[in-house]
Design a protein around this ligand. Structure first.
Ligand code: FAD
Length: 433
């Protein structure tokens, strides 16, 4: 019998899982709900998006669906390392072994949606935008949605409910009413604002390399990450400590330009006043991290992606892990012949430790202390030469390990636990009043 699947959240994890389920021999009838409008029909809003980097984990999850890897690659740019811009104007280049793709998050979602075969004769998948999930009744196997264009509330029956509704998941919130569910939600110490720069004058941009992530960092922890875009512009984020209100309080284009000219002169000199005005008006975003002790409820509900394990963007793994979740659940369905009750429980068994490890690595992989930050850079550059000679003492670079995807996040955490403990202690000292 065809099983009814309700997916809450048309983000990367929810849509990729729909792709996987659609290829499972017409076993599933899929309804996808999202409280936002269809991103294919609304004007591109820079305030609601940011660039992301996909590494091998995410790319591998896309590769399993015919045509997806090439479709997403066509809207991505290859990156193979980073350029660290120092305060003295010099740069330090870090190269990566594995190549990664940089692209805009909303463009990824649009591409995944475009590739969904929604127009098939059987309507095996239907999209419902402007539908906000408000409530889940686990006993009745029903989920409720409020339509944004009317007062109407609709109730949907499900055999399988997927909570792919991001860090502030309503599906996860419903787990809180069940026995033995523990979930820790924490804001990361840094807030962020997106930033967008026009194509650069080559005379001013000698140190800017399109194939690298560019970063700047101040002693107080404020940092900027910028990535080259398909249209030759640059976009990224300014991250700053929550308690430091300087950036949040920049109110006029003049204040914004003067701040950047003083603190980040390379950016200040090319920041147009239109972007300075937009930057002042753009809201400050906070990032939530989520640690749960299980990702399933009963025999029919599953959390995936940020809903299960939202992380800080420091290692650039949130979306990679979200896409990997869809691939892993598909493999579990293969392994257990689509027995949903067993499959959802197996997802917790096979994935929860990795989810927790990823949050830990993302929280404490990158230190706040300047001294430890340079130690990390030194370790990374030395590891290239010394790891092959003495693998136990010189670990491979943390960034390479998470990006390559050959080891699980738990295995990487095992290797890096001394470093993580050291950073945790140092960060606590820095952040404690
Ligand atoms: C600044 C920044 C930079 C990042 N950089 C990277 C990077 O370089 N690499 C990387 O891998 N990851 C990165 N990430 C993380 C990445 O964006 C997320 O991990 C990824 O988007 C998670 O996908 P998801 O589908 O699980 O959730 P989301 O992308 O959050 O999608 C959830 C969807 O659910 C919908 N929704 C929410 N609540 C409801 C509701 N009640 N009812 C209906 N629909 C609902 C939302 O509208 C949304 O469409 C970054 C994140 C940030 C903030």
């Amino acid at each position: 019998m065809v099983k009814k699947v309700a997916i809450v959240g048309a983000g990367p994890s929810g849509i990729l899982l729909a792709h996987y389920l659609l290829r499972r021999q017409e076993r599933y009838q899929i309804e996808i709900f999202d409280f936002r409008s269809d991103p294919r029909t609304v004007a591109f809003s820079k305030s609601r998006t940011f660039p992301i980097v996909l590494s091998q984990r995410g790319i591998n999850a896309l590769r399993q669906i015919e045509g997806l890897e090439s479709a997403v690659k066509a809207i991505s740019l290859e990156t193979n390392g980073a350029v660290l811009h120092q305060q003295n104007g010099k740069t330090r280049v870090i190269s990566r072994r594995s190549s990664q793709w940089s692209l805009d998050r909303t463009s990824l979602v649009i591409k995944l949606l475009e590739q969904l075969p929604t127009k098939s004769d059987r309507n095996q998948v239907n999209l419902h935008f402007n539908h906000q999930c408000t409530q889940v009744d686990f006993a009745a196997k029903q989920v409720k949605f409020q339509k944004s264009d009317s007062e109407a509330e609709i109730t949907v029956d499900y055999d399988l409910l997927i909570g792919a509704d991001g860090a502030r998941s309503v599906v996860r919130e419903s787990f809180l009413k069940t026995d033995n569910f523990q979930c820790e939600q924490k804001y990361v110490p840094n807030n962020y604002k997106s930033i967008f720069l026009p194509p650069l004058d080559p005379k001013l941009a000698v140190n800017w390399q399109p194939g690298k992530v560019h970063s700047w960092r101040l002693d107080n922890g404020t940092s900027i990450l910028l990535l080259y875009q398909m249209d030759s512009s640059w976009s990224g984020v300014v991250l700053f400590p929550h308690q430091d209100k300087t950036i949040a309080e920049l109110a006029t284009p003049q204040e914004v330009i003067s701040y950047f000219r003083q603190k980040f002169p390379e950016i200040g000199q090319i920041l147009p006043s239109s972007e300075a005005a937009d930057f002042a008006n753009r809201s400050v975003s906070r990032v939530l991290t989520v640690r749960c002790n299980r990702y399933h409820q009963g025999d029919s509900v599953l959390l995936i992606g940020d809903a299960a394990h939202a992380v800080s963007p420091s290692l650039g793994q949130g979306c990679n892990a979200a896409l990997e979740d869809a691939n892993i659940f598909n493999q579990i369905l293969d392994e257990y012949a689509d027995n949903l009750a067993v499959a959802v429980e197996q997802f917790t068994i096979q994935r929860q430790a990795d989810g927790i490890a990823l949050v830990e690595l993302s929280d404490y992989g990158l230190p706040s202390s300047k001294k430890l930050f340079f130690e990390l850079l030194l370790r990374n550059s030395l590891s290239k030469y010394l790891h092959p000679i003495s693998p136990k003492f010189f670990l491979p670079s943390l960034f390479e390990l998470v990006a390559e995807g050959k080891l699980s996040y738990s295995e990487i955490l095992d290797l890096y636990q001394d470093w993580i403990a050291k950073v945790k202690k140092s960060n606590q000292e820095i952040l404690s009043p």
